[in-house]
Design a protein around this ligand. Structure first.
Ligand code: PRP
Length: 229
């Protein structure tokens, strides 16, 4: 028996693949993708765990920022996560696919009337992405004070907590609505299918089949290697 077929047997015995689905801005895109591939799923009546109709994948609904924790600990073997949240987690994962949806930008922003020539000493930024912000400015040799917030980061310059924010900008409408503007785009953010490395090794045949299914009809992806990292 080949390695692959013995792994298949193991996967069949060990049940469906486990897959963490983020709440928030990526949720509808992930559900739409699985529905398109004839693997629809729905979290009904506030249930947080559900199987797809084929019974081959068990989905777990988790908060976006908690998703890497579940995959790192192997509770979910797979998940969908953006570079922003992956970087903050500090964990290592296998990146199996980059999705065409969910792309956004991590930006430095300030009040539209902010005068950068008045900046003195350290840069003060408010952000949810503290690890990214510290590393980004340290790598540039720019002293930075990072103030951690949990959300609605755009309030910080409006209320005077910090002159700058580091935050995701998608449509830009939140910035505009609060009289803020992008000072600089710091990096592009993509959304990936990630795997716990040990889980991928153990379930690679079933995982690769799922990757092929999710990849169908997409033309802008490499056919190999399977893993992006
Ligand atoms: C994100 C991000 C910005 C906003 C950007 O926040 O942190 O606040 O979306 O989107 P836009 O450019 O399309 O306006 P999210 O809605 O996730 O909620 P949060 O404020 O709780 O972080």
């Amino acid at each position: 028996m080949s390695n692959e077929s013995s792994t298949e047997t193991t996967v069949q015995r060990s049940g469906p693949l486990t897959f963490a689905v983020p709440k928030g801005r990526l949720h509808d895109d992930v559900r739409a993708l699985f529905a398109e591939r004839n693997m629809p799923f729905e979290f009904e009546n506030r249930k947080l765990v559900t199987d797809d109709q084929t019974g081959s994948v068990r989905f777990m609904l988790v908060k976006n920022s908690d998703l890497p924790v579940y995959v790192h600990h192997g509770i979910a073997g797979l998940g969908v996560c953006g570079d922003d949240v992956l970087y903050e987690s500090g964990f290592d994962f296998v990146r199996l696919l980059t999705f065409p949806f969910g792309g956004t930008r991590m930006c430095l922003a300030a009040r539209r009337d902010h005068d950068p020539s008045r900046d003195r000493g350290r840069l003060t930024v408010a952000t949810k992405f503290t690890r990214f912000a510290r590393d980004f400015f340290h790598n540039r040799g720019i002293p930075v004070e990072v103030i951690k917030l949990g959300g609605s980061v755009e309030l910080a310059p409006v209320l005077g907590l910090a002159p700058y924010i580091v935050d995701l900008v998608e449509t830009g409408s939140t910035l505009v609505a609060n009289d803020l503007a992008v000072t600089e785009e710091l990096t592009q953010i993509s959304v990936h299918l990630i795997a716990n490395p040990a889980y991928y090794k153990f379930h690679y045949a079933a995982v690769n089949r799922l990757v092929d299914t999710l990849r169908e009809e997409r033309t802008n992806h490499p056919t190999s290697p399977r893993s992006e990292t």
